[in-house]
Design a protein around this ligand. Structure first.
Ligand code: RB5
Length: 144
């Protein structure tokens, strides 16, 4: 499984740790940056990650910024992207089971690395429930 990952400066350090964690778990990781703690604009890495998910160059994505909101807002402008914010285990489960999020967004300034790893494990290990939730996600993008 190939996972794309991106972060702004606020998420850089957590991204570095998570890339290492995911690779140790056997995942192939494509890192879309940023590559330092120098201040940068989150859409500059969110859009390339979204393009790669939509083009199926990666199976899913993980995005980190301070609150997670800037990443989620940028990613969700792309047709075919369902970027969902999760900050604990219960929400990580629901964002896959109910929303089938294909990009997991986390608030790097508000969670510990251990929580981030738990959220990722939970999201990757949870199945989409389909049924009424499929009907609902089908209605997210107008005209689709
Ligand atoms: C950066 O200071 C911060 O604004 C950014 O990481 C993110 O939280 C935006 O949504």
């Amino acid at each position: 499984m190939k996972i794309g990952i991106c972060a702004d400066h606020a998420g850089f350090e957590l991204k570095r740790q998570l890339v290492d964690y995911l690779q140790r778990k056997g995942y192939e990781v494509r890192d879309f940056g940023t590559d330092s703690t120098q201040s940068m604009d989150y859409p500059d890495v969110a859009h390339p990650l979204a393009d790669a998910v939509v083009a199926r160059q990666v199976d899913c994505g993980i995005a980190l910024c301070g609150t997670g909101n800037g990443m989620a807002m940028s990613l969700n402008h792309h047709r075919g992207i369902r970027a969902g914010l999760a900050w604990n285990k219960a929400i990580a489960e629901l964002v896959k089971a109910h929303n089938d999020a294909n990009v997991l967004v986390m608030p790097a300034r508000f969670i510990s690395p251990a929580m981030a790893r738990l959220i990722i494990r939970t999201w990757l290990g949870t199945a989409f429930e389909g049924g009424r939730h499929q009907r609902r996600i089908d209605k997210i993008e107008p005209g689709r």
